[in-house]
Design a protein around this ligand. Structure first.
Ligand SMILES: [Zn+2]
Ligand SMILES: [Zn+2]
Length: 280
């Protein structure tokens, strides 16, 4: 199929999104999209319920995105994917894909569990991410780093980039999400981070993993997507393919700032990921 108009990084109700998959598909179709994929959070860690953010997620009612075991996460995704399957039948003209946004944890037990989960769920694609850093036996979310002292912030950033490099190089993911996520917490802008950023980009190149241009950051104090122009230049040099992502947590966010992000792809002459390859 030529001319795919796609949105593949989206979140829905029962996870931390605001709309049902059916509402998202109907709205995407109205906007002229012919391809939509769902990538709800797949965050599995036995210590996740001890994290600060878990407490807040319970207050906010979106704690379902966290699972203490793979068994739990697979159970949730089986129900979710079955719902998507039903919607597929209602919209034969749309490509409707089953994805997941996965938090990568660098240990063998996690990798084994994840690979087994993939065998069971058979997603159409997986997005790698690192929203959490393990520090002193506690999982710290990007949000928590803001209040840390500068020395600890530096250490967390180092760990973040090392995690992203490992995730990007693992070959477990179709593409990597919001590569320079720490800027959400106002961190990692300095040029001293370029070495680690470049390592992560090169790891993606080596394992044939794409990188998304995530337009969810445009609304913030600095008007750009994830990743920054600085990282986009590295992506260009390493010839890593890119794709657009709106990280939509509601139907109104579908396709936000795609024109501007598309301009960046053209400006830097970036190689683009073949979304067609995901469609069976
Ligand atoms: Zn994310
Ligand atoms: Zn997301």
């Amino acid at each position: 199929m030529a001319d795919l108009k796609y949105t593949l990084h989206t979140h829905t109700i029962r996870f931390d999104g605001q709309n049902t998959p059916a509402e998202m598909v109907a709205h995407a179709k109205d906007l002229g999209f012919n391809t939509i994929g769902f990538s709800n959070h797949f965050i599995v860690n036995p210590a996740i319920r001890n994290s600060k953010l878990y407490y807040y997620s319970e207050l906010g009612g979106y704690h379902n995105i966290y699972s203490g075991s793979f068994k739990e996460a697979v159970y949730k995704f089986k129900i979710h994917y079955a719902e998507i399957e039903k919607i597929r039948k209602l919209y034969p003209e749309m490509n409707i894909l089953r994805g997941m946004e996965v938090d990568f944890f660098d240990n063998d037990k996690w990798k084994e569990g994840f690979q087994e989960a993939i065998r069971l769920l058979k997603p159409d694609y997986t997005i790698g991410s690192a929203h959490f850093i393990e520090h002193d036996g506690v999982l710290l979310n990007t949000h928590d780093w803001q209040s840390a002292d500068p020395e600890l912030q530096k250490e967390l950033l180092k760990q973040y980039w090392s995690n992203v490099e490992k995730a990007a190089g693992s070959g477990l993911f179709t593409w990597m999400a919001h590569l320079d996520l720490p800027k959400k917490a106002g961190l990692g802008f300095g040029d001293e981070w370029m070495v680690l950023e470049n390592k992560a980009v090169r790891a993606a190149a080596k394992s044939n993993t794409a990188i998304e241009i995530n337009t969810g950051f445009y609304r913030n104090y600095c008007y750009e997507p994830y990743p920054s122009n600085r990282v986009l230049k590295m992506i260009k040099r390493s010839k890593v393919p890119v794709l657009l992502s709106d990280d939509a947590h509601s139907m109104e966010a579908i396709g936000r700032h795609f024109d501007e992000a598309q301009n960046l792809i053209e400006f830097f002459k970036l190689k683009t990921f073949d979304v067609n390859s995901l469609i069976k």
